[in-house]
Design a protein around this ligand. Sequence first.
Ligand SMILES: Cc1cc2nc3c(=O)[nH]c(=O)nc-3n(C[C@H](O)[C@H](O)[C@H](O)COP(=O)(O)O)c2cc1C
Length: 176
Amino acid sequence: MNPAPSVEPALFRRMMGRWPTGVAVVTAREHGTDHGLTVNALLSVSLDPPTVLASLGVDADSTPVVERTGRFAASFLSADQRALSERFARTVPSEEKYRGLAVDRTPGGLAVLPGAIARFECEVMSVHPGGDHRLVLGEVRWIDLPGEGMPLVFHRGSYAEPDGVGGLRLPGARPP
Ligand SMILES: Cc1cc2nc3c(=O)[nH]c(=O)nc-3n(C[C@H](O)[C@H](O)[C@H](O)COP(=O)(O)O)c2cc1C
């Protein structure tokens, strides 16, 4: 039998670009140092127990911290927090990501971001291999819903912009 045809990574990236997502910053803390990264591969898995899955790159500095400490938090960014998405997506030492940034704390002491539309803390239930990522299942132990603002939306490699009438315009999408 012939092997399944392989797919170009660039084509795969374009395909997934057509799947709009929210944007979150996942944080962890070890030996008094905060770590964190921007993610859009985050999804709800189970209601009972309340469980999310975060797909974290094997090369990301934050990933082994999440695995070692068995805990992470996440902040769902609001539409006006694009700068925070970019800040936490940079490959710089974690101290730089947090420099000059005010954070709030979960009951477990993890950093969550003021202005986010939802913040929560998880205990890691299990970690699974996922190609060049680690699939981290976390049971949600604490939830904070500070506001009803619009989410930051990522689509086709870019962020949705406010459309001026209270909604969002997806990048690359034709106006009606
Ligand atoms: C919009 C957006 C979404 C991202 N989603 C993910 C993701 O789901 N998982 C991941 O591991 N990295 C994701 N990244 C890349 C990480 O944020 C980036 O590699 C980061 O520098 C890792 O930080 P660290 O090495 O300090 O942990 C995303 C970046 C952007 C801009």
